[in-house]
Design a protein around this ligand. Structure first.
Ligand code: ZN
Length: 325
C-alpha cells in the first residue's frame, strides 16, 4: 500500500527503518490547519488559500484513507490521514467547510472558546497589526513591568519583524495577565488605527453551531484563553480544560471527547496537563509536533504535521516525507 503513496517519490529520501516500521504497523498521519483563506499578509504562515486547500483535499481523497480523529485507528490497514483545525477562525466555517463537504473529508475543529462570539482577535493578530501594519512607529520600544525590562529598535521593517517574533515568543510563554499588561503598553506606544474586523475574525456561536451540524465535522476543545498550559498552576489548567469542554457541550448538546493543547509543542504542556485531560473525560489529545501515530503512540499526545500554503506539488512531496522521515 505504501508503494501507492510513495509511487513517484523518486527524489524522496526514504529511511529504511521508517519504511519497515510502517510495514509492521500502519501509521496515521494527522494534519493541522488553522485557516483557509487569502490574506494580504500572514506572518505566522497559518493560512492556506482555498485553491490550494481544495487541491490538497482532492489529492488526499484520491490517494489515502481519511479517518476521523476520534475513531479507533487500530483497524487502519493502509496509508491514512486525519485532518484537524485549531483555534476557531470564522473562515473555517465560511471557506474550509464547503470544500470539506464538497470533497467529502472528515475533520476535527478544536475551538478556543473564550473568543467565540467576541469581537476581539487573538493576541498574535493584534501584535501583527500594532507592529507590522502601523505606518508611523517610534524608533524603539521598551517593555517594562515588575518582572521584565527590555528595549528593541523598531526603526525599519527588518527590526520590526525581529521585534514581532521576539514578542510572539515572549507572549506564548506568558500568562493572560502579563500579556494584557504588555498589550496595553504596546497599544499606547503604537497609537494604531482601526483594525479590519473581518480579517482575523473568530467564529460566532451561530457559526460554530452551523459547523458542528455538518456530518463531516467533529468539534474538540482547545482551552478558553489559548494560554500555554504548562505555565499555569494545576487549578488554572483544570479550569481552562474543563471550562472549554463544558462551554462546547452546553452549546452543542453533545459530549466533547477530543482536545488539543494550545501551541502544542512538548514544552507547552506537562505530564500534569495530560493527566488533567484524561481526568476531564477526553479520549484523545493532539499536540503540535511532527510525527506518525502508531499503535504504541500515546493517544494524549497525537503528533501532527503543520500544513502551509503549499501548492499541490509541494503538498504531495511533503506528504510523502511525513511517511518516510
Ligand atoms: Zn491554537
Amino acid at each position: 500500500m505504501f508503494r501507492d503513496v510513495l509511487g513517484s517519490a523518486r527524489n524522496t529520501v526514504i529511511s529504511p527503518f521508517k519504511y519497515l516500521i510502517n510495514l509492521a504497523d500502519t501509521p496515521v498521519i494527522t494534519l493541522i490547519y488553522h485557516r483557509v483563506t487569502t490574506l494580504p499578509s500572514d506572518p505566522e504562515m497559518l493560512a492556506v488559500s482555498p485553491e490550494n486547500f481544495r487541491a490538497q483535499m482532492r489529492y488526499l481523497k484520491d490517494t489515502v484513507q481519511l479517518v476521523r480523529l476520534e475513531s479507533n485507528w487500530r483497524d487502519v490497514s493502509g496509508p491514512a490521514v486525519a485532518v484537524t483545525f485549531d483555534d476557531g477562525y470564522a473562515d473555517n466555517v465560511l471557506e474550509a467547510l464547503p470544500i470539506l463537504e464538497e470533497v467529502g473529508i472528515p475533520a476535527t475543529f478544536f475551538i478556543s472558546t473564550g473568543t467565540i462570539g467576541s469581537r476581539s482577535e487573538f493576541w498574535w493578530h493584534e501584535l501583527e497589526h500594532l507592529i507590522l501594519e502601523t505606518h508611523c512607529l517610534p524608533a524603539s520600544f521598551t517593555l517594562e513591568d515588575e518582572y521584565f525590562g527590555r528595549s528593541w529598535p523598531t526603526g525599519d521593517l527588518k527590526a520590526r519583524q525581529e521585534f514581532y517574533l521576539a514578542l510572539v515568543d515572549l507572549m506564548t510563554n506568558s500568562d493572560v495577565m502579563q500579556r494584557s499588561k504588555w498589550l496595553v503598553q504596546l497599544r499606547r506606544w503604537a497609537q494604531s488605527g482601526v483594525v479590519d474586523p473581518e480579517k482575523n475574525r473568530i467564529m460566532t456561536a451561530d457559526e460554530l453551531l452551523r459547523l458542528a451540524e455538518s456530518p463531516w465535522v467533529t468539534i474538540g476543545a482547545h482551552t478558553v484563553t489559548h494560554t500555554r498550559l504548562s505555565s499555569l498552576p494545576p487549578d488554572a489548567q483544570r479550569e481552562e480544560i474543563i471550562e472549554s469542554k463544558t462551554y462546547l457541550e452546553r452549546l452543542l448538546g453533545r459530549e466533547i471527547t477530543m482536545f488539543s493543547y494550545p501551541f502544542g509543542k512538548r514544552s507547552h504542556y506537562s505530564a500534569e496537563t495530560v493527566s488533567l485531560c484524561r481526568e476531564a473525560g477526553f479520549t484523545k489529545a493532539a499536540a503540535n509536533f511532527p510525527g506518525q501515530s502508531h499503535r504504541w503512540t500515546d493517544p494524549y499526545q497525537i503528533p501532527r504535521h503543520l500544513v502551509r500554503n503549499w501548492p499541490i506539488a509541494v503538498f504531495t512531496k511533503k506528504l510523502r516525507e511525513f511517511w518516510t522521515r
